[in-house]
Design a protein around this ligand. Structure first.
Ligand code: SAH
Ligand code: SF4
Ligand code: F3S
Length: 444
């Protein structure tokens, strides 16, 4: 690789989960601080950071097709940096396979991006996939910009080792960021305009910390503390693990007004046999009991989940158990995926790999049921009066788009502003959004 000019502009492209979106924002802040400017819309950037996802085969392949698209035969522009979970899992392979890539940086090392870029500019292709994350957060610049709804990573990594999953390998062991750092970052986000904060973690409810007086805190303690920030109106958290649900977290849903009535609690399968092979260490029944506890504390809570169909050994009867569980829960929203064998995970070499057509057919049936329930949930919301946090302008002039407490997309017309909590009545439901009427405050 030859030397090149220092990049003047950059673009970060994030794939995968919300934590990658958060990381992408932090990388952008870091590069801006280094004096590299975000590339204007539609213009080619001197530096492109591909912030990648390794969770399923398709996601991981995207990085190579993107590199192919960006690469120019003369090697001039842009400088390509591969970040994220593919960088962590396949860093050396990327360096060997893709000469266009100048920097490979893992999710726990991206605070070193500026020096890695300097090295690449000098012609020295650089890789850093060091773990864990402790040093990263301390080395990042303070938050300066935020939209009405902001992400805040509080916990990273995973010790659960579900047999299909790469996250424990790409993100490392579970770590919790210290309470005082989170408090400070949340304050900065609110000063910068955030009105809602979503606390992020691969197992966000495994977060543990200590308050200023040395008392132990769980996620509910963090939520209760952040709820004291006057200009912060809403708190959400994702993704939770069924085995890390505490009484305190359940109770917080009944007691903290700013904690939104929404729970993303992945279950993956409704079959105990499959759950065991997945190493999920919960059963369908224990999962349902956990949901009952949340519903007792907050009856209107919207439930969301993740599902995998076609895990090795999944029979039609196992799949029926998943459909049964879906019927029992009545999800407001959910993600469902075909099982993807990931290199290095135990499930990839299990007997009974399920054929592609069977997987496709099961996914169709599952998504049919989930879509039906999502529409039913939205329809049941019609007539409800609620606050919508306005996030942006709608497509039509005078139209606003925001989120209900139950994380539904809601659009309405009338006097409002981005970042405002608008009082509305939900009036018409579609599968993916609702229309609403703005409530005009009663004359004094
Ligand atoms: N930590 C979270 C989410 C991890 S990844 C949790 O445990 O719930 C997000 C989702 O991707 C998972 O919930 C799972 O449904 C899906 N997923 C993970 N590995 C997968 C694989 N190998 N094939 C298909 N889906 C997968
Ligand atoms: Fe992956 Fe399981 Fe950890 Fe979630 S809990 S990140 S699915 S290993
Ligand atoms: Fe993907 Fe890594 Fe997130 S594999 S889902 S970007 S933790």
């Amino acid at each position: 690789m030859h030397t090149r000019e220092s990049p003047g502009t950059f673009r970060v492209k994030s794939f995968g989960c919300q934590m990658n979106v958060y990381d992408g924002e932090r990388m952008a802040e870091l590069l801006t601080e280094k004096g590299i400017a975000p590339a204007p819309e539609g213009e080619e950037a001197d530096l492109v950071v591909l912030n990648t996802c390794h969770i399923r085969e398709k996601a991981a392949e995207k990085v190579y097709s993107d590199i192919g698209r960006l690469w120019k035969a003369d090697g001039s522009k842009p400088l390509i940096a591969v970040a994220g979970c593919v960088a962590q899992a396949e860093g050396e392979e990327i360096m060997a396979r893709a000469p266009a890539v100048g920097v490979v940086v893992g999710p726990q090392a991206y605070h070193r991006l500026p020096e890695l870029i300097d090295r690449a500019v000098r012609g020295d292709r650089a890789t850093d996939t060091e773990m864990p994350a402790n040093a990263k957060f301390a080395a990042l610049p303070a938050r300066r910009r935020a939209g009405p709804s902001a992400f805040l990573t509080v916990q990273e990594g995973c010790d659960k080792f579900c047999t299909y999953c790469v996250v424990p390998y790409t993100r490392g062991a579970e770590i919790s960021r210290p309470f005082r750092d989170l408090r400070a970052e949340a304050e900065r986000l609110v000063e910068a305009g955030a009105r809602e904060i979503t606390l992020l973690g691969q197992n966000v409810n495994a977060w543990r910390g200590e308050d200023g007086k040395g008392r132990a805190l769980g996620l509910d303690g963090l939520i209760r503390d952040l709820a004291k920030l006057p200009d912060l109106h809403r708190i959400r958290y994702t993704t939770s693990h069924p085995n890390d649900v505490t009484e305190g977290l359940v109770a917080a849903h009944g007691e903290v007004d700013k904690l939104m009535p929404y729970l993303h609690l992945p279950v993956q399968s409704g079959s105990n046999r499959v759950l065991k092979a997945m190493n999920r260490s919960h059963t369908a029944e224990s999962y349902l009991r956990t949901l009952d506890r949340f519903r007792a504390a907050r009856p209107d809570i919207a439930i969301s989940g993740d599902f995998i169909v076609g895990f090795p050994g999944e029979s039609e009867a196992d799949f029926q158990a998943t459909l049964q569980l879906v019927d029992t829960v009545g999800y407001a929203h959910a993600f469902s995926f075909k099982y993807s064998a990931r290199p290095g995970t135990p499930a990839a070499v299990m007997d009974g790999q399920v054929g592609r057509e069977v997987m496709e057919e099961r996914l169709q049936r599952l998504q049919g049921a989930l879509n039906r329930d999502q529409l039913a949930f939205n329809q049941a919301s019609v007539g409800r009066r609620c606050a919508v946090l306005v996030e942006r302008h709608g497509k039509k002039p005078g139209q606003w788009l925001g989120k209900s407490p139950w994380l539904q997309s809601v659009f309405f017309e009338g006097e409002s502003a981005i970042g405002e909590l608008a009082e509305v009545t939900l009036s018409t439901a579609g599968p993916n959004s609702l229309a609403a009427e703005l409530c005009v405050p009663a004359a004094a």
